[in-house]
Design a protein around this ligand. Structure first.
Ligand SMILES: [Zn+2]
Length: 354
């Protein structure tokens, strides 16, 4: 950590006037324990979860799962990450799907793994995870809510401890052309990016939706480099390459979640290597635990993924050895898991020159 959490607002303010660059030099990355220099991020997993609650925005609450149970469940796996040389983990659980930043800070302090959390709302799955304000308010009003989390800190973390700030925006959309609410939320995210430089990660149903997101960002003056296309493996390949050439980040982030990814992920990575776009690709498992059923607090937490033997592991135990056998070398892994995450997460405005 290079400056204290209390300086984060002034750090954000200082960046408000900076021009777009293509280097993470001089920037910072916002973790749940405060800002760090980009070179402190180290080897990072770009898309993982701790505890997720899929019951929906109308019913979710902090009482839906036992925060201490979530901490105790995840901690041994965070300690294993340290042994594997993973220094940082991006926790992609949005508000209204179980985000609990106090648990994340506790895990980070106990394990030494840096954790990055998010602001933003998730519109995928028929808008089940959106609060009523998502339809009632304008893009600017919604942007102001997310900006408040950046400037003041995330709810329920104020008080005796330093506020926890988001390190990126996380949204979610379905497939095809985006519905009106989803488009409004992407516009709100673009406006937050223009003020803060926070990167915009969007769970995206397919390649058509990703191209629509890039169009909406362009209309707001935001460059493709500001977008992490989450679940880009939902596209069979050609639009991944097209979006990467435009400058977007291509997040291949569900390696543990489906058996056929063992075949698909190496093919995608070989295609990016051939196209010269490996410098825009990010890798992760999308692992974590879900609240099981509708019981009250004290509920069980169940590991995602049918047959997934352990969280946050299969990239190291299976994918990387497989890629080595296909001619990938250490500098490729350094690019995918150190340099690309560092560049993607650095808080910096990526604007279309006017
Ligand atoms: Zn996820």
């Amino acid at each position: 950590m290079f400056i204290g959490g209390g300086l984060a607002i002034s750090a954000a303010g200082a960046w408000a006037g900076c021009a777009t660059t293509q280097s993470s030099e001089g920037g910072f990355i916002q973790t749940v324990t405060g800002p760090i220099r980009p070179d402190e991020l180290g080897r990072a997993l770009i898309h993982e979860h701790v505890a997720v609650d899929f019951i929906g925005a109308a019913k979710t609450s902090p009482a839906r799962y036992d925060a201490d149970l979530a901490f105790r469940t995840a901690l041994p796996h965070f300690m294993k990450l340290r042994e594997r040389g993973v220094q940082s983990l991006v926790e992609c659980t949005p508000r209204y799907i179980g985000r609990n930043t106090a648990v994340l800070r506790r895990l980070s302090v106990s394990s030494g793994v840096k954790i990055i959390t998010n602001t933003g709302w998730y519109a995928a799955v028929d808008h089940k995870y959106l609060p009523t304000e998502a339809s009632a308010e304008t893009a600017d009003q919604i942007a102001n809510r997310w900006l408040a989390e950046w400037k003041i800190g995330i709810e329920a973390t104020s008080g005796e401890t330093a506020p926890i700030r988001p390190g990126f925006l996380k949204l979610g959309t379905g497939g095809g052309r985006l519905p009106q609410i989803d488009s409004k939320l992407v516009a709100a995210a673009a406006r937050v990016h223009r003020k803060t430089g926070l990167t915009i990660a969007i769970h995206t149903g397919d390649g058509a939706a990703a191209l629509d997101e890039l169009r909406l960002l362009r209309e707001e003056g935001v460059a493709p480099e500001a977008l992490i296309w989450v679940h880009a493996m939902n596209d069979p390949g050609p639009i991944q390459i097209e979006a990467a050439r435009m400058g977007a980040w291509i997040s291949l982030d569900g390696y543990s979640q489906a058996p056929h990814n063992v075949i698909r992920f190496p093919k995608f990575l070989e295609a990016h290597r051939s196209a010269g776009t490996l410098g825009r690709v990010l890798l992760s498992h999308d692992d974590g635990w879900a609240v099981d059923g509708n019981e009250p607090a004290g509920n069980r937490l169940t590991l995602f993924g049918n047959g997934n033997p352990a969280p946050y592991e299969s990239i190291f135990t299976r994918l990387i050895p497989d890629l080595r056998s296909k001619g990938f070398v250490e500098s490729d892994f350094d690019l995918l898991m150190v340099r690309n995450p560092r560049e993607a997460l650095t808080v910096r405005k990526r604007l279309i020159p006017t």
